[in-house]
Structures are given as C-alpha cells and as structure tokens.
Design a protein around this ligand. Structure first.
Ligand code: 9MR
Length: 365
C-alpha cells in the first residue's frame, strides 16, 4: 500500500518539479501514527535519507536551517549537502532585516547569497526567512520614530527589495514572522504600534509584486495545537483572503518540548489547510532538560514521529524543516540554559533515535 502510494506520488512529484516546485495533491492518509516499538539505543538504526522519505510520503521536501558560520565545518556541510537527506534549506539568520538592510536604503546580500548559492548548487529548495520581525531588527527601524506613512514606505521597500533580490530562487518566504502574543493579541512592536494591522498587507503585497511566484507565508510558534494563538492566525488569514491580500501559507515553527507535544496537532493543521493555504513545519526541534537519557531520547523519538506523521496525514502540509539538524549548532542551549539535545543528529553528527522517529513518521501510511 505504502510503496504503491509512493510510486504514484513520485510520478506526481516528477510532474510538479518539472512545472516548478509547488504543493501537490496526494491520496488522503488515514493511518494512525505508530509509536516506536523499541527505542532504547542512543543512536538511530535507520539509514533511510530523510528527504527521500518525505518524497515517498508525498511531501515536497525535508529540510534544515543552516547559518553562515557553520559552513566552514566540512563534515557538517557534507551532510547538509546530501540532497537525498535535505531537499531544502533555510538561512537561520542571514536574510533577516539586520543582515540585509543594516542602514536605511543600504542593502547587503553577501551572506544570504552564500546560502542561496549553496541551495542552488546542491539542488535544494530555498525558504526565505524573514522580512518583517520584531527581533534582529536594526535600531534605525525599531527606534526611528517614523510615522505611519514613512514606516509603510520602509516596510514595502524592505520586503520588495529583499524578496526581489532572491526572485526566482526561493520556493517560499516567511514574510511576516511571529506577529502574535501567546494569547492571540497582536504583538506590541514598532510595526503594529505604528501601522496597526496594515503592516501585514503592506509587506505581503510588496513581496508578491517583487516575486510573483514565491509562496508567501506567515510564520509563528505556539500555533502547533489549537488555542487562542492558532485562532488568531486563522482569523488573520481569513481576513487577508477576504481583502484579496496574497497569502499562500502558514509556517508552524514547532519548537517543542519532549513529552509535551500538543494533542490537537492534526485538528489544528486541518483548520489551517481548510482556509485554502498550504502549511509547512518550518523550525522543528524538540528539546529536553539535560542530561539526555535513554528514556528521554526514546520519548523524543516518539515525539518526532508524532509531529512528522501528522504532517504526513494532512495533505496540505507540504514539508518539514528542522531548525538545524545537529545539536552542535542548535539555538536551544544559549536561549534555554540547561536544555538542549533537541535535534535529530547529536553534537558529533551522529544520528539519534529521533532520526528513526522521523523516518517512521513519513512511513506512517
Ligand atoms: O536560529 C536563530 C539564532 O541563531 C538567532 O540567534 C536567533 C535570534 O533571535 O534567531 C534564531 O532563529 C529564530 C527564528 O529566526 C525565528 N523563530 C525562532 C528561532 C529561534 O530563536
């Protein structure tokens, strides 16, 4: 059954790649996720490449974030560049506002271009990340004291220029990043406080004009399960569609905690795709309190499987990106002291049981 489906979806994939990357239909999957029967080792047993597993499951890609300083690490780059392992990459930092427009009207693309060139030379899809975010924002924007009209021009120019620079090179772009508080209210930042909700359509319209083909996403965390923040995202996408503002996708970051994967993932993913947008898991990692133990690694394997199998089961979930593939370069320990081991490869670039969970998740139907 699965291999038959895989064959059919491969045919569809070939057609879709020839027509340019896009979401594509596949058979509905109704199989329940299987929990790993025995996860006791500290290393993975599967050697199935993850992007190949994603493709066989009817998905467009399995990918990883990466960052420029890591690219001097040859063993790391060798794994990242395996196109059967990673069919997509996302720049962790080098396309953000502080990197691309450090002074008003002065655009710097050298670091972002390195990631875009790496994706191209590896034959990998590229996700742009990100245009409008309260963080990693130069002080000339956050503390500039601009009025609504001036900031509107600044946002449109920034998104138009950055997305335009990479026109034709990206599959998708996180145009708006993390606009909501956890209670579903708008985040208080220079964009919302100056422009109200209009910063969202201003950015999306500028991006669409700059690259009509790239898929425009709004990306956030703590929208994995149902709740106030997910409802706010639903209402925003409905409102944008009603106004005719271009919006193609919702990015579900999935920075999760071992043993705490929300129970409403599937219901929530389906309420997003019912809006007529695609969804992607954009920043997956599942952290634990250190030290890691065999039991924690087994639970992490099951948690990765749960997340991936949910994406497998929901037709409009088009791909999965881990927020770097190895604990060596994870953002977690510096942000959450005492926590870590969140990625599917350990700090020695050895695959962990989580890797098996990903493979099992893609094979869940
Ligand atoms: O991975 C990024 C890390 O290197 C930066 O220091 C950090 C600064 O905010 O941003 C990290 O990436 C974030 C992403 O852009 C948006 N979602 C949360 C990610 C983890 O903080």
């Amino acid at each position: 059954m699965c291999s038959h489906l895989a064959f059919l979806t491969t045919l569809v994939l070939v057609a879709s790649v020839q027509a340019g990357p896009r979401a594509y239909p596949r058979q509905a999957c109704t199989a329940a996720a299987t929990t790993a029967a025995s996860a006791s080792a500290a290393t993975a047993t599967s050697t199935t490449p993850l992007h190949s597993a994603a493709r066989a499951a009817g998905k467009l890609y399995f990918g990883s974030a990466t960052d420029n300083p890591e690219l001097t690490d040859q063993p790391y780059v060798a794994i990242l560049s395996q196109s059967s392992m990673f069919g997509q990459i996302t720049p962790g930092n080098s396309m953000k506002w502080d990197a691309t427009e450090p002074e008003r009207g002065v655009f710097t693309f050298a670091a972002g271009d390195v990631i875009a060139d790496l994706a191209a030379s590896n034959g990998q899809l590229l996700r742009g990340h990100n245009c409008v975010w309260y963080n990693q924002l130069p002080s000339w924007v956050s503390s500039g004291g601009f009025d609504n009209a001036t900031l509107t021009e600044i946002v449109a120019t920034h998104c138009g220029t950055v997305v335009g620079h990479y026109a034709g090179q990206t599959y998708s772009w996180d145009i708006i990043n993390e606009p909501f508080n956890d209670d579903g209210t708008w985040r208080s930042d220079v964009f919302y406080n100056t422009m109200g909700e209009s910063f969202v359509p201003v950015a999306l319209n500028a991006a669409r004009a700059a690259d009509p083909k790239t898929k425009l996403y709004i990306n956030d965390y703590n929208i994995e399960g149902t709740g106030a923040k997910s409802t706010a995202m639903v209402n925003l996408v409905k409102s944008l569609k009603a106004q005719g503002v271009p919006i193609d996708g919702i990015g579900i970051q999935c920075h999760l905690i071992v043993g705490e994967v929300p129970s409403t993932l599937k219901e929530n993913f389906e309420q997003f795709t019912a809006l007529g947008v695609e969804i992607a898991i954009t920043e997956l990692d599942i952290r634990m309190t250190l030290p890691s133990t065999t039991a924690l690694l087994a639970q992490q394997q099951a948690d990765y499987e749960t997340v991936i199998s949910t994406c497998t089961e929901v037709e409009g979930c088009i791909g999965v990106t881990v927020w770097d593939y190895t604990d060596k370069y994870s953002w977690i320990p510096s942000t959450f002291p005492g926590q870590g081991a969140a990625c599917p490869w350990d700090a020695n670039l050895v695959t962990k049981p989580a890797y098996d969970g990903i493979v099992q998740g893609f094979e869940s139907c």
